[in-house]
Design a protein around this ligand. Structure first.
Ligand code: CA
Ligand code: CA
Ligand code: CA
Length: 749
């Protein structure tokens, strides 16, 4: 279904022919194996389908029914700045890792709030963090271990007490160890029953002691088995009602490991808290939240604490996930759970000893941020083979909740992967992680070249949820794109249009689109054709186009990090979700279609032409979506004028290919076919079209704005000013240079 959605989206923007190409490309993206150095799946083949080919593949399958809520995490690759362009946005290496876990629905204690079980989610439904999951989890016990425990395989594949064995200590073939006895009892007791997540984890723990480890149990969730009102509500702004981020950040050192990051508490706090315009760092989390959310999402020092450095043992065992090894990582040989959760356990232990007064606050400091140089060894040895974590950051995608608004909520975690010698935190990465915590998906772009089109997961360089990189990591930052600001509830549309509100065949209608810095009511939203959109889905998707205008402000101001090649442009996005307070669906992220700008005069030749941006090609003043409202029913978005504070954007919907003498459309004063010229000026009516137009002034030179003038009355349209050929997002533009996977480096400040 999700892929159908993508396909339809692309149909809209690219037309049928190319869409087929795109679908092939996106399919290859979707089916591409994860680029992570993941070990092969450990699970044995299910025996139910076909008999096991080899005896050693035989397993006893223990099935335990559990109830939990889904908690998804997302990791992403490193940030790289394209050295060929001073102003170029960063490019993120596509290394996305998604992890699904089950966490308790209503934890009663902070300890229970930390319980989680990693699962392999199998469902046709769209599940988001906070959704209830009620599923059988399957663990395979190899026959060799089952034999040791005196278990045999029942006809259904499950465990049954062996003939020769009545109990571990009496009548068995041999005396079972304490662990074996516990495992045997637990397997026989748990199989086919409902258990808590903690009990299920006890079973996996005891099996791990017998060498049966690292299984990620499959959780098959039938579509009908999911409540339709699921999903946790966290920090999405609803109706403009302000909320506050609460967080606790820990950073670590390990002298016993010889891993001694130089990062200090003061350096972190300088990036967390706003210290005014004259501070060395003006791109603080506090300011970013205040400015970009228009004061809706607060980030205040007293509820966003920082602790460290916490000196932790190099190796050990911790309650939540068992053994860890910070030098080599992968304490359990498969994933970093041991280390990731071990660090949090160690942080809590540190608090209990040194800052016990903070412990009672812990459940109410929602975000837990853990800062650790995961790749210390790789850096020390300059050997990429020893890379421990291949993500720059990993974060909860949406925070799990509790049906009781006063209840304890399961942990909402973020891990930051710093460089060993770094004295800063990469705020661009952290903005993205905290955006994921809120429940925002990545900001994508469909990039086309001669070989076809492909979805670039981080391709929107105007958005921190994409590949945006500010011009100065310490001084400036980039706020959310219009569709993300809509989803987060930070900004609202100045016009919320649809097929009913947009008349066809009546020419262009002007809208004044203020620069996003000036007001939170700053973009046009246009619901378009809903074909292929599951509008009855409980997530209430709706295909829509977003038109916005963004002008960089100085110093630590709104969008201050926008590089000049992205500055003062009109942006056109598509996003098919609604601002319903729920975590976004990762499969249907917002996508930038194009950016628009006015022609400029070449400084040397004085010739007027479209500005050319690397990776984007010549920028058009207009974009036509040929099937916006269905076949033969197009929408044209045209930039007519802009100042430092607003752009005049004109919309035109048409179902006719040409104006005509026959039906009177050559004499109605309207630009019926949205080509920029009306009636006698339209070549369809014998006009000379754009040939008569005077050359346009170099409009893209920003003028200081008078207050935005009221929109002029709708058509009659003026003579077109040399309209460039209708834009088509699918027109081939050179792909931006992509860094090779694995070569990414975070920027050092
Ligand atoms: Ca025409
Ligand atoms: Ca006309
Ligand atoms: Ca016309």
């Amino acid at each position: 279904m999700a892929r159908d959605g993508l396909l339809y989206k692309l149909l809209i923007v690219a037309g049928l022919c190319l869409a087929l190409q795109v679908d092939a490309a996106s399919r290859s993206y979707l089916t591409r194996p994860p680029p992570l150095k993941r070990p092969p799946p450990h699970r044995s083949q299910p025996r139910q389908a076909t008999p096991s080919p080899a005896p050693e593949a035989e397993v006893v399958t223990v099935i335990v029914n559990v109830t939990g809520q889904l908690s998804q995490s997302l990791g992403h690759g490193f940030v790289q700045k394209d050295a060929s362009s001073e102003d170029s946005a960063w490019s993120l290496v596509l290394q996305e890792e998604q992890i699904a876990r089950l966490v308790p629905v209503s934890p009663k204690t902070p300890e229970e709030a930390s319980v989680n079980t990693r699962i392999e989610l199998e469902t046709d439904d769209t599940l988001i963090t906070g959704d209830p999951v009620n599923a059988p989890l399957a663990l395979d016990v190899p026959k060799s271990v089952a034999d040791r425990l005196g278990l045999e395989i029942a006809p259904d594949g499950g465990p049954v007490a062996g003939d020769n064995t009545t109990d571990g200590s009496t009548g068995s073939r041999r005396r079972l160890t304490e662990v074996e006895h516990a495992a045997r009892r637990m397997i026989l007791d748990f199989h086919g029953t409902r258990r808590t997540l903690a009990e299920f984890n006890d079973l996996t723990d005891v099996l791990a002691q017998l060498g049966v480890q690292n299984q990620v149990p499959k959780a098959k969730v039938p579509k009908s088995g999911v409540k339709k009102n699921g999903g946790a509500k966290d920090l999405m702004i609803i109706g403009g009602k302000p909320l506050n981020v609460t967080s606790i950040t820990f950073f670590f050192t390990s002298s016993s490991c010889g891993i001694n990051p130089v990062l200090t508490e003061a350096q972190i706090k300088a990036r967390w808290y706003d210290n005014g315009d004259s501070a060395p760092v003006t791109a603080s989390l506090q300011r970013y939240h205040r400015v970009c959310s228009y004061n809706k999402l607060g980030f205040y020092p007293d509820r966003n604490m920082v602790f460290g450095p916490i000196d932790v043992p190099c190796t050990g065992t911790q309650p939540t996930k068992g053994a860890y090894d910070l030098r080599k990582g992968k304490g359990n040989k498969v994933n970093l759970d041991g280390e990731m959760y071990g660090l949090y356990d160690l942080a809590k232990a540190w608090l209990r000893t040194y800052r016990p007064e903070v412990i009672p606050q812990l459940p109410f400091l929602r975000r837990k941020v853990l800062v650790w140089p995961w790749n210390n060894q790789a850096q020390l040895l300059k050997n990429g083979d020893l890379e421990v974590a291949n993500w720059a950051g990993m974060a909860n995608m949406g925070c799990p909740g509790n049906p009781d608004p006063n209840g304890i909520v399961p942990d909402c975690l973020t891990w930051m992967n710093t460089d060993l010698p770094s004295t800063t935190i990469d705020l661009t990465t952290l903005f993205q992680e905290l955006g994921h915590n809120i429940g925002l998906a990545h900001s994508t772009r469909t990039v086309c070249d001669a070989a076809g089109c492909a979805k670039d997961e981080y391709g929107d360089s105007s958005d921190p949820m994409g590949g945006a990189g500010p011009i100065s990591g310490d001084k400036s930052y980039i706020c959310l794109s219009a569709p993300q600001a809509y989803k987060a509830g930070w900004a609202v549309p100045l016009a919320d249009l649809n097929a009913t509100l947009l008349d066809a065949n009546s020419g262009f209608t002007d809208y004044t689109v203020p620069s996003a810095h000036s007001t939170d009511t700053n973009y046009i939203r246009i619901a378009i054709d809903q074909t292929g959109i599951a509008t009855t889905d409980r997530l209430r998707p709706q295909r829509a186009i977003y038109v916005s205008y963004r002008v960089a402000q100085p110093l630590g101001g709104y969008d201050s990090g926008l590089p000049k090649e992205l500055n003062a442009r009109v942006w056109v996005h598509e996003y098919n979700e609604t601002a319903n307070g729920l975590t976004a669906n990762l499969k249907t992220p917002p996508m930038v279609l194009n950016m628009l700008d006015l022609p400029v005069a070449d400084p040397k030749t004085k010739k007027v032409g479209p500005p050319v941006v690397p990776g984007w090609g010549p920028l058009s003043t207009r974009l036509t979506l040929p099937r916006a409202f269905g076949a033969g029913d197009s929408l044209t978005i045209m930039l007519k004028d802009k100042t430092t504070s607003a752009a005049t954007v004109s919309l035109c919907r048409t179902t006719v290919a040409a104006e005509s003498m026959d039906d009177g459309t050559c004499n109605d004063g309207l630009d019926n076919d949205c080509d920029g010229v009306a009636d006698g000026d339209d070549p369809d009516c014998g006009g000379a079209g754009d040939a008569k137009s005077p050359p346009p002034p170099p409009l893209a030179v920003l003028r200081k704005s008078p207050p935005p003038s009221p929109p002029p009355p709708p058509p009659p349209a003026k003579k077109a000013t040399s309209p460039p050929p209708p834009a088509n997002v699918a027109s081939a533009v050179p792909s931006p240079k992509r860094p090779k996977a694995g070569t990414g480096r975070r920027q050092h400040h």
